[in-house]
Design a protein. Structure first.
Lengths: 339, 436
């Protein structure tokens, strides 16, 4: 890469030669770290702590991919993206992977030329109401004032749902989730609607969370997942199978606690052996070392551990597994076999 | 005759009366209060209502702000502390500031290197001293000229050779100008521009890398990605302010010039930049440029933003200065011409000093606006103080916090903008020549 000097002078500080070329894996390896796009801050999914270290459910996906490639969960740089900049950042090559609770939709996958590599959280739009309102179903919300973020799919889902049920509502437009919290608590609206995970996180911050309930209706499908650029399938495979490895690890009972023991010597479960690289050559098939999945799982534990640590029932957010349980437990998580 | 008077007048005062104090209601505080607060019934009522409103606002704020929650480590702990004290939980929770103030100031800058931005700020203030106040010894000007390079080195780190080789380019330009100005002024100006440019484009980078290889002296490099918080606002704001003033003056002169192409180019530039909102330019910088640049280049986002903000503010400065230029009486221009001064001489010695003096309030106003506009970068994913507020609130400890962070950031901005405003007043007073 030929740089002019003036250019070099000015940009010396922040430049790494990221390329939007086909072989993303080679670029990432040459660079020495993964560039991963996350939100600028969403409770439980991505936020920096007091020392500037990113934490969260989406962040752990990035770390797992970095660990699968480099064996080091810290070989990743987080690029905060907004709703407006996230897709350009990915398609221009500024980031290699976008894990920013992005809903998998038809047009994003096709028209915008991205590939979603899986779903790490099945979300859906819900409602929160004060208990004092005495409402037990979203269908009782006829004539209610609803706080709603403008310009989002939630706004369209809301209109669809109320029209389908032949009831009316008064929208109270808001810009951000924080504003929504404030308006709802100040009584500017009877109910606040956004993704159910966001509502749970919001309710957890209230002074008296027990005075508010989430209504049982979930009015939309929001499969949130990491995505990569269309056209580099080898790179997409790495991200996809890293996510699958985390899900499979939970199914197979591999945790961060017992992984050392299970990967030390072949166990009597051949799929565990293939996944952890003590048998077969799965790593070579995606251009990584044979212990790639072991490293990915050791980064933050299996899917269940990541879930529990960031958004699970023991955190202030307190989300139940629900749809995000393993298929064996009645959820939707279902990793294809490692064979 | 002398006793006639005594008989006709019963009493004559023989000594001077002591000066009496004015009646209480016509003096001191009472008079001031009567005249300013209660001159008529209507005003009296308005005064009482206003005092009541002020009292309500201030007491509510003080009650809210006075809250011994400095040591709390999360919002729930804050609420617990307040409950134990029997206070309303609608009270400020300052623990978030104690926990995150460094992040709000420095963003993701490595915490063991916080001294570097701090020293850079001191260097900046010291370097600006002679420019702003002009009462420093002459040698100090040298420090001012060196300070941009020093600040660059402190903030971004890396080998010391890069700033040095770049600075050398300016030195080359000055030397070239001195040498060639004996031959011809215009040639000298051209040479003084071309030689440093050629040097920067062809020589400086290899020279710097070579020197860095031979003598690796320098500071630990920090990427501009790691800049954030108030430091990012200052870096963007100050760079744009310092660069946009000369650029804006040039544009204003260009617009007022008699040369057809120069005028039209300046007009087009100013009108295009000024006719589009800053947020659009920022999106252009962050999104569109990504598509136009060849794949493989990763042009630093912070730098792109600085360039855009500089151009934006230069267009505004140009219009402010143009106002100043038109306010200078025509006689001044003609006087300068009749003295046989060249264009640049007349501008430098006669017109600009007067025009700029008139423009000071407008220029400073633009700068204050520019400094506050830097918060718009949060929309393109740079974590300035406002962007960080969102991130901080996203942590489970502090989710639900609202006003405390905004109050803190507002205070930081107020200090910066208020100082700029005060400086502008000081400068106006200092430069006042008329109506003495």
């Amino acid at each position: 890469m030929k740089k002019t000097v003036l250019f070099g002078t000015l940009t010396i500080a922040g430049l790494t030669a990221a390329a939007a070329s086909a072989a993303t894996l080679d670029d990432v390896k040459a660079r020495g770290h993964l560039n991963c796009g996350v939100t600028t801050g969403l409770t439980g999914f991505a936020a920096p702590d007091a020392n500037g270290v990113w934490e969260g459910f989406d962040v752990d996906v990035c770390r797992a991919v970095a660990a699968a490639i480099f064996g080091d969960k810290n070989a990743v740089e987080f690029v905060p993206t907004t709703g407006e900049t996230r897709f350009t950042a990915l398609s221009s090559g500024e980031i290699d992977l976008l894990a920013r609770n992005t809903t998998w939709t038809f047009s994003r996958d096709t028209e915008l030329k991205f590939d979603f590599v899986g779903v790490n959280y099945y979300d859906g739009q819900g409602f929160i109401v004060p208990k004092a309102l005495g409402v037990t179903s979203a269908k009782d919300l006829d004539g209610a004032t609803v706080c709603i973020q403008t310009g989002t799919t939630t706004e369209l889902n809301l209109a669809d749902y109320f029209r389908a049920n032949n009831i009316t509502y008064q929208p109270v437009p808001i810009q951000t989730n924080a504003e929504g919290q404030q308006q709802y608590l100040a009584g500017a609206c009877d109910t606040y609607t956004t993704d159910a995970s966001g509502l749970a996180a919001t309710r957890a911050t209230f002074e008296n969370p027990e005075d508010h309930v989430l209504l049982p209706e979930i009015i939309s499908k929001e499969p949130l997942g990491p995505l990569v650029r269309h056209g580099d399938n080898e790179w997409g495979d790495i991200a996809m199978w890293t996510l699958n490895a985390l899900i499979a690890a939970e199914e197979l009972g591999i945790t961060s606690a017992n992984i050392g023991e299970m990967s030390a010597a072949p166990t009597n479960n051949p799929e565990v052996n293939r996944l952890l690289g003590t048998e077969g050559e799965l790593g070579a098939m995606i251009g990584l070392s044979n212990d790639w999945a072991k490293n990915a799982i050791m980064a933050g534990g299996n899917y269940g551990e990541i879930f529990e640590r960031n958004i699970g029932e023991n955190t202030p957010i307190g989300l139940a597994r629900g749809l995000n349980a393993q298929w064996t437990d009645g959820g939707l998580l279902y990793s294809p076999p490692f064979r | 005759m002398s006793d006639t008077h005594a008989q006709t007048v019963a009493f004559v005062r023989e000594g001077m009366l002591d000066q009496q104090p004015p009646p209480t209601r016509e003096a001191g505080t009472v008079k001031w209060v009567r005249e300013n607060l209660f001159p008529t019934w209507l005003n009296a009522i308005l005064t009482i209502v206003s005092l009541y409103v002020i009292w309500v606002v201030v007491s509510t704020f003080v009650m809210w702000a006075f809250s011994p929650t400095w040591n709390a480590t999360s919002l729930s702990e804050c609420r617990q502390m307040l409950e134990e004290l029997g206070r309303s939980t609608e009270t400020a929770c300052w623990g978030v500031i104690r926990d995150r103030w460094e992040q709000l100031l420095f963003g993701f800058y490595p915490s063991d290197l916080y001294w570097r931005p701090t020293v850079a700020l001191i260097v900046l203030l010291a370097g600006l001293g002679p420019v702003l106040f002009g009462t420093f010894p002459r040698w100090f000007m040298g420090f001012s000229l060196a300070s941009p390079f020093l600040i660059f080195l402190l903030l971004w780190g890396g080998p010391i050779w890069l700033p040095l080789t770049v600075a050398l380019g300016f030195g080359l330009g000055v030397v070239a100008f001195r040498v060639f100005s004996r031959v011809n002024q215009i040639v000298a100006v051209l040479v003084a521009i071309v030689i440093p440019l050629l040097y920067w484009l062809l020589l400086a980078w290899p020279l710097a890398s070579e020197l860095a290889r031979v003598m690796p002296i320098g500071l630990e490099p920090v990427q501009s990605k790691q800049f954030g918080g108030f430091m990012l606002s200052i870096v963007i704001g100050v760079t744009a302010i310092v660069l946009s003033l000369p650029l804006g003056i040039l544009l204003a002169l260009g617009r007022a010039s008699n040369l057809f192409i120069v005028t039209k180019l300046s007009v087009v530039f100013i009108e295009i930049i000024r006719g589009v909102p800053l947020i659009v330019w920022l999106f252009t910088a962050s999104l569109l440029l990504n598509y136009f640049l060849p794949p493989g280049t990763n042009f630093d986002l912070t730098l792109r933003v600085i360039i855009m903000v500089t151009l934006f503010s230069a267009a505004y400065i140009a219009e402010v200065v143009r106002g100043g230029l038109s306010a200078v009486p025509k006689g001044q221009y003609e006087g300068a011409n009749s003295l046989g001064l060249s264009y640049w001489q007349s501008m430098q010695l006669i017109v600009l000093p007067q025009a700029l003096k008139i423009s000071i309030p407008g220029i400073v106003n633009t700068f204050i606006g520019l400094f506050k506009d830097t918060t718009l970068v949060l929309f393109i994913g740079l974590l300035d103080p406002l962007g960080l507020i969102n991130s901080i609130r996203a942590s489970t400890d502090w989710n639900g916090i609202y006003w405390e962070l905004y109050v803190f950031v507002a205070l930081l901005f107020f200090v910066a903008c208020f100082s700029m405003g005060r400086y502008s007043l000081h400068l106006e007073k200092k430069l006042q020549r008329e109506h003495r």
